[in-house]
Design a protein around this ligand. Structure first.
Ligand SMILES: [Zn+2]
Length: 75
């Protein structure tokens, strides 16, 4: 797991409560909530299959999970 000291783990939900972001199963970074019209509508990131068994962040989805799926299709 990477050093997470400088990362921001809190976000404000739609009720004004401070919540903890979920953690990426692959790199350990916080999974950024998705917003629509200023409201949080998704906090679970992406499915990590087949790279890991859990949720992953945007970066890992784009750079690890999707390429792994493409390789699986092509092989
Ligand atoms: Zn990640």
């Amino acid at each position: 797991m990477k050093n997470t000291n400088k990362q921001i783990w809190d976000y404000i939900d739609n009720d004004g409560n401070t919540k903890k972001k979920k953690q990426c199963e692959h790199c350990g970074s916080p999974i950024e909530p998705q917003y629509h019209n200023g409201k949080v509508f998704w906090t679970d990131g992406h499915d990590g299959f087949p790279v890991c068994d859990g949720r992953v962040c945007d970066d890992c989805n784009a750079n690890a999970v999707i390429p792994a799926r493409l390789r699986a299709i092509q092989s």
